[in-house]
Design a protein around this ligand. Structure first.
Ligand code: GLC
Length: 434
């Protein structure tokens, strides 16, 4: 794959144009111009990766602007509401995060998202000229992200079971309506949602978006947590949704590995700190292996039960470096079986599972960001062929349909928001990576 063919030059130019259109005040990027008008946590990480290939300064600004929304306790929220937009729900008035929680009285959501930002920072650093001015900014960002890790370990794990962090909401995994959450969603007590209206349904996209029952659970969790206090000490024991989530834990482990190298590069003596997290999280993820399925699964943290089915999240311990070589072999086999059924990889759900749905959001469709993480993971375990195939499939879907938010695994359709930022950013990253 090279960016020098005419087709790739066109893709490259289109991707650059999308990131320009979706940029706000030249300091952060919305996921899509209309559907998602704020700054999202892991979106900005992927966006910064893409931006770093064309404009490192802008990429660093993307991360700095995201971290302006960081809470005093270290959490980086899943959405930062820089400017009020009527067309999106739930917005700042639904979340009502107390102002004193944030550093700069910026409105934010009250939960987090997969922490890929430390790994992104390390990649940005690698591309920088290491000038004094950049070193200073990277050191400041490094400290902020280290605080984020501290928050995860302090607030989302519980001694003596100190080995995995818990997610408290399907939105925290970034995979909102994954079938892995089905059994848990049913147990969330419904709140009075009379004040809330969905704004993501546009009349013709019902079969591509989460069901109302999912949304009722999402908002009931938000209202419940708002009542307890998003930062209250008893939030964790009272939370109705508690999962040892593969996405959060894999992203955090990979971030700890990358932050350790970054610390050494910046001359900071934090090796022991990072090694502790690496050991803890690696041991934790090892417990999520299902021998029966030959794959990693999320775990219900309230019951210790592994959550079927096998999904694209099952591959993410490869990205984290938490799988053994034998486990990687089993995951490669699973990938190949799926790819024989679907002409493009990697679907969000095992295409043989009853719950697989070709068009519905995180229940079947292909997403470019998770494809990027899975490809990175397979490459790290020596499966360069699979990594290349995932990258080629992703770029082929984009070339065929445009930079959509997600795609049907039969290759027939691009779905959700068009001109989606992380699809553009990761295409740039891949095209530059040639
Ligand atoms: C949806 C996705 C989530 C993403 C957000 C903004 O909620 O499920 O992963 O971060 O949109 O793009």
């Amino acid at each position: 794959m090279t960016k020098d063919t005419d087709a790739n030059k066109t893709l490259f130019a289109q991707a650059e144009d999308i990131l320009k259109t979706n940029s706000r005040h030249n300091s952060y990027t919305v996921p899509s111009d209309r559907l998602y008008p704020y700054q999202w946590n892991w979106d900005s990480g992927f966006i910064a990766l893409g931006l770093s290939t064309i404009d490192l300064e802008r990429a660093v600004l993307e991360v700095e602007t995201l971290l302006e929304g960081q809470w005093k306790n270290g959490m980086v929220p899943h959405i930062v509401f820089h400017e009020y937009e009527e067309d999106y729900a739930p917005g700042p008035l639904d979340w009502q995060v107390p102002e004193e929680l944030t550093h700069k009285s910026i409105c934010t959501s009250g939960i987090t998202q997969p922490p890929i930002i430390g790994s992104v920072l390390y990649r940005l650093y690698q591309r920088s000229d290491k000038s004094d001015a950049y070193e200073l900014r990277f050191k400041a960002l490094y400290r902020q992200i280290k605080d984020y890790h501290d928050w995860f370990m302090a607030k989302r794990t519980k001694a003596p079971d100190h080995d995995l962090v818990k997610s408290l909401h399907p939105w925290e995994s970034g995979m909102d309506n994954s079938p892995s959450w089905d059994s848990l969603i049913k147990t969330v007590p419904a709140e009075n949602l009379a004040q809330f209206r969905r704004k993501d349904l546009k009349g013709d996209n019902d079969e591509e978006r989460p069901h109302d029952t999912d949304y009722t659970a999402y908002m009931s969790l938000v209202y419940h947590y708002k009542r307890i206090g998003y930062d209250a000490p008893d939030l964790l024991p009272q939370a109705h949704f508690r999962v040892f989530d593969l996405v959060l834990n894999s992203a955090l482990l990979r971030s700890a590995r990358d932050m350790a190298v970054l610390a050494a590069n910046l001359g900071l003596d934090h090796g022991t700190y990072w090694q502790g997290q690496i050991d803890t999280l690696s041991a934790g993820i090892a417990k999520l292996w299902s021998a029966e399925d030959g794959a990693f699964l999320h775990m219900n943290a309230r019951t210790g039960e592994l959550l079927a089915p096998v999904t694209n999240a099952s591959f993410l311990p490869l990205y984290a470096g938490a799988a053994t070589q034998a486990q990687a072999g089993s995951l490669a086999q699973t990938y190949k079986e799926w790819r024989e059924i679907c002409p493009y990889g990697v679907p969000t759900t095992d295409p043989r599972a009853d719950v697989f749905e070709m068009k519905r959001y995180w229940r079947g469709p292909i997403w470019i960001n998770t494809n990027w993480m899975i490809a990175e993971g397979f490459a790290a375990y020596g499966y360069e062929d699979i990594a290349a195939e995932i990258k080629a499939d992703s770029l082929a879907l984009i070339a065929k349909h445009g930079f959509y938010e997600y795609f049907t695994p039969d290759g027939a359709k691009g779905l959700g928001a068009p001109r989606f930022s992380w699809s553009a950013a990761l295409a740039l990253y891949w095209l530059n990576d040639a």
